[in-house]
Ligand binder design. Structure first.
Ligand SMILES: O=C(O)[C@H](O)COP(=O)(O)O
Length: 200
């Protein structure tokens, strides 16, 4: 039996460029959320979970309004976090990122992700479809975990606002990355949040 995880980064946050830690969606973020809801309209979701942050909860509300009989449950396991700290095999070019990160933040992020993997990256008895609305680093950590990559490998893996990543978790077989950061439902002007523009 398969467990399908639909990982969606929240829509664009209003005024995020001014360094605000959280806030409502921008008008573009609202359109992104509507587009991903339409894209996923045919999925027989069994459950939905969202980061408790406002930009994620607003995305979840817009999505679940369009996905009948689905309510998103806030989960602290989907909070924005630093999923793992550096290790000796990490390329030096990533080291500067950790200059502004405390050991406490790393410990908290590692504990959060360990619990998140126990919660969702485990096989289910029946086929199951679950929607997880969360943050860029968290989705990157799920992808790295699916490949059994080094814990630091969440770095350099990025998802656009309301991009779609799907992981299939199976018993007795490794997880499968079915799609990563699929932007097919987003016109070029709604493709935001990536370090490099992706208009194609
Ligand atoms: O990518 C980041 O800078 C952090 O994970 C924040 O991500 P978010 O914009 O998805 O909340």
């Amino acid at each position: 039996m398969s467990r399908f995880l639909y990982l969606v980064r929240h829509g664009e946050q209003r005024d995020a460029e001014f360094g605000l830690p959280d806030g409502p969606l921008s008008p573009r973020g609202v359109r992104q959320a509507r587009a991903i809801a339409e894209r996923l309209g045919g999925v027989p979701f069994d459950a939905a979970f969202t980061s408790p942050l406002q930009r994620a909860q607003e995305t979840a509300k817009i999505m679940t309004e369009r996905l009948p009989s689905l309510e998103a449950e806030p989960s602290a396991l989907l909070m924005d976090c630093i999923p793992a700290g550096p290790s000796p095999d990490m390329p030096h070019s990533f080291e500067s990122f950790f200059g502004g990160v405390t050991p406490e933040e790393i410990d908290a992020g590692e504990a959060q992700m360990s619990d998140a993997f126990s919660e969702w990256m485990t096989p289910s008895r029946d086929d199951r479809h679950e929607l997880l609305i969360t943050h860029n680093f968290v989705i990157a950590a799920f992808v790295a975990h699916a490949f059994g990559a080094a814990p630091w490998r969440w770095m350099g893996v990025n998802q656009a606002n309301c991009g779609l990543t799907i992981i299939r978790v199976r018993s007795a077989k490794p997880p499968v990355l079915l799609t990563h950061n699929d932007l097919g439902h987003l016109p070029a002007e709604l493709r935001t949040g990536l370090p490099v523009d992706q208009p194609y």
